[in-house]
Design a binder for this molecule. Sequence first.
Ligand SMILES: Cc1cc2nc3c(=O)[nH]c(=O)nc-3n(C[C@H](O)[C@H](O)[C@H](O)COP(=O)(O)O)c2cc1C
Ligand code: SF4
Ligand code: SF4
Length: 263
Amino acid sequence: MVKDVIDFYYFSGTGNTLLVVQKMRDVFTEKGIPVNLHPMERSKPDNINLNHTIGLGFPIAELSTYNFVWNFIRGLPETDQNTEIFMVDTLAGISGGIVGPVYEIVKKKGYHPIGAREIVMPPNIFYIEDEETSKEKVQRGLIRAEQYAGELCTGNSQWDKSSIFSRTVYYTSLAGLKITESSVNQKLLHLKTDEAECKSCGICVKLCPVHNITMDEGKTPEHGFNCEYCLRCTSLCPRGAISCPFNYQGKTYHAVKAKEFLK
Ligand SMILES: Cc1cc2nc3c(=O)[nH]c(=O)nc-3n(C[C@H](O)[C@H](O)[C@H](O)COP(=O)(O)O)c2cc1C
Ligand code: SF4
Ligand code: SF4
């Protein structure tokens, strides 16, 4: 059961996870539990306060999550204070069981896992649904987020341990993430900016969580070969100038505006 201040560390590529995290924050706050939201891309795991309850929020990617999210989770310090921890992820439908492997990591470090939940939200990759379907899915997802936060407050939430199935998917997806990182893949799926459309506003440079985009003053930005494919830049470029080679007809999705990530 959450008793104390919550430090909620999250990453959200296109806004689904951010909406879920904000909804949970609102529930905790209503119950008198203070919450600090920390974007993972601007946080260091070794700086966390072990006297607070720790929340982790992130999207599912490739049946797993992004490498830098894993680095954050694996980088959490050990604790001998029985620090409470919970997680929430958002996904389009299939996760393959990340919940168990994260449980093992935090348990080994001495944390007290109090809850994990996977919340279906609209897909932001491959096939982007129409606006009405996406909105309905967001509403259903936020109801689940509200319920989950309530359960965390009353001590009724659970965190499943690793099953053999989830371990198998975990190790397979780690191999998938290695392929994503590989230079062959980074060259094949290199995001590109359309010079004619780009207005050199620099928003994409500020949005990229792994500093993979650089731009000389007044020029068109360049994408490096360190992309995590979170799709933030391509989904939130105000000019739609960045290619999205994964999505049907290049259509993109975003649940919030760019300014939400630039605060
Ligand atoms: C590169 C990439 C891989 C994804 N892989 C999966 C997946 O394996 N399973 C799934 O259900 N959704 C997958 N998704 C969809 C997202 O998990 C889902 O839309 C999520 O809510 C996005 O959260 P965000 O808006 O906070 O980034 C993937 C999305 C991206 C960009
Ligand atoms: S956000 Fe879009 S318009 Fe702005 S610099 Fe990047 S690619 Fe160009
Ligand atoms: S370049 Fe774009 S898709 Fe790749 S990690 Fe940065 S913001 Fe995400």
